[in-house]
Design a protein around this ligand. Structure first.
Ligand SMILES: [Zn+2]
Length: 438
């Protein structure tokens, strides 16, 4: 039976539910609703579920409701509101591929590249990853934590609310654990969510030069069991590349990682077509990353396994390469595509908006596709699709407000920070493009 509340003149007919925050009047509210179950493929990547004049109601860090402002405000009331008139509101960016924890810098190598040196030439001279390994081994945990905190602040200011972070500049059991512990601490202390990946097979350390199999044994017998036992990573990754780790070594590492509960990811076919794409599919990897030289067979196999392609166009740009991953073909083959920065000392970029600039211009992705690739598909690539990446009731209120009228600006205007506000789990943490400390 329906109970009717006695109605008095002058009283509001409906008692509004109280929420903590209402974002209202968004010029365009991009929800990407429905993308949480499986990654978005092909034309699904262009369906943004956009609402003009949209509103989001937030309580206890979660999204309670969303829709047209009039409808949402009829049901919900809040003392705190954000007027997003004329602005773009969308899920916070997820960056699914970074090498967050390192010490030092390599700006001089960038100069060497200008003069024509290649990535592998620099690595063979003891530069590149190995130089950063030396610097990182010398750095204390506290120093690394402070460095990374600054990096995460910059990422957050540019709209990234979840980030995947790889180890790989320690390359001994002790040093890899040090870096993974820094990530764990960052995840606890910093508003940005940090998802950890173990990448002990990032390079062969100098002390194992010419003894790659021995180093692979160390990764398998020593590092993986400790990392898994201490719960320091969710994923296991390998830099599968000519002159680094070959297909068989990569296979051994990934299958041992899986035995210990670490899900496989792979740096595949970045600098040469070694067959990493095929291996990623064979291993049912969560993602295969880079893919500049991926074969058609490999891509078809990936599509069958729902292995995500994490494309990193800023890395090509930073390495001054002419080649970029063939995003149009990869999307056409039905491989779900995500985009990341590849933040690392040879590609020092914290900003996912820069990824848009290259994805749209160099890989011919549309703004809508790039949005899907930096939000929900990126969330799938780091195992967070159930909690972030779309704006839907029940999900974390990780939301960004951009000072542009519609989503096409993301592939159009570049070189400045378009993010005006960042709401992380319902809390305003960036306002007018600046971090706020409440
Ligand atoms: Zn990488």
């Amino acid at each position: 039976m329906l109970c009717k509340t006695p109605w008095k003149k002058g009283e509001s007919k409906v008692v509004k539910e109280k929420v903590d925050l209402l974002i209202e009047n968004a010029g365009e509210l991009v929800t990407l609703r429905g993308g949480a179950q499986t990654p978005l493929l092909r034309e699904q990547m262009r369906r943004l579920g956009a609402i003009k004049g949209g509103s989001v109601a937030i309580r206890k860090g979660r999204i309670v409701a969303l829709g047209k402002t009039r409808q949402v405000k009829r049901r919900f009331g809040s003392e705190e509101t954000i007027d997003a008139s004329g602005k773009l509101v969308m899920p916070g960016f997820v960056d699914p591929h970074t090498h967050l924890v390192f010490a030092g810098s390599r700006e001089d190598e960038s100069e060497m590249r200008i003069h024509g040196a290649s990535y592998m030439e620099i690595l063979e001279k003891g530069g590149g990853i190995l130089r950063t390994v030396n610097d990182t081994r010398k750095a204390s945990k506290e120093m690394l934590f402070e460095n990374c905190k600054k990096t995460l602040d910059v990422m957050l200011q540019h709209g990234t609310t979840t980030v995947e972070a790889k180890s790989g500049y320690g390359l001994t059991t002790e040093e890899e654990i040090k870096c993974l512990e820094v990530m764990k601490l960052l995840n606890q202390k910093h508003p940005v969510d940090v998802v950890s990946t173990f990448l002990g097979a990032h390079a062969v350390p100098a002390e194992y030069k010419g003894k790659v199999d021995e180093y692979v044994n160390l990764v398998i017998d020593d590092m993986i069991p400790v990392v898994a036992e201490r719960g320091l990573a969710e994923f296991c990754d390998v830099f599968c590349e000519k002159g680094v780790f070959d297909i068989e070594q990569s296979r051994r590492i990934l299958s041992n990682g899986r035995k210990h509960g670490l899900l496989p990811k792979l740096h595949a076919d970045e600098l040469s077509g070694l067959g990493g794409t095929e291996l990623a599919a064979e291993m049912k990897a969560v993602s295969a990353d880079h893919l500049l030289f991926a074969s058609n067979e490999g891509l078809r196999a990936m599509a069958k396994q729902w292995t995500l392609a994490v494309l990193l166009p800023a890395a090509s740009f930073s390495l001054m390469m002419d080649e970029y991953a063939n995003a149009r073909k990869i999307i056409h083959f039905g491989v779900p595509v995500a985009l990341g920065t590849d933040y690392n000392p040879s590609c020092w970029v914290e900003n996912q908006q820069i990824t848009f600039a290259f994805a749209c211009r160099k890989m011919r992705m549309t703004s809508a596709e790039a949005i899907a690739a930096t939000t929900i598909n990126a969330a799938h690539a780091v195992g967070r699709a159930q909690s972030v990446g779309t704006l839907e009731p029940g999900k974390k209120a990780d939301i960004i407000v951009l000072d542009v009228s519609n989503h096409n600006f993301l592939g159009y205007r570049f070189g400045v920070n378009l993010v005006d506000k960042v709401i992380k789990e319902g809390r305003l943490v960036v306002d007018e493009g600046k971090a706020i400390n409440k």
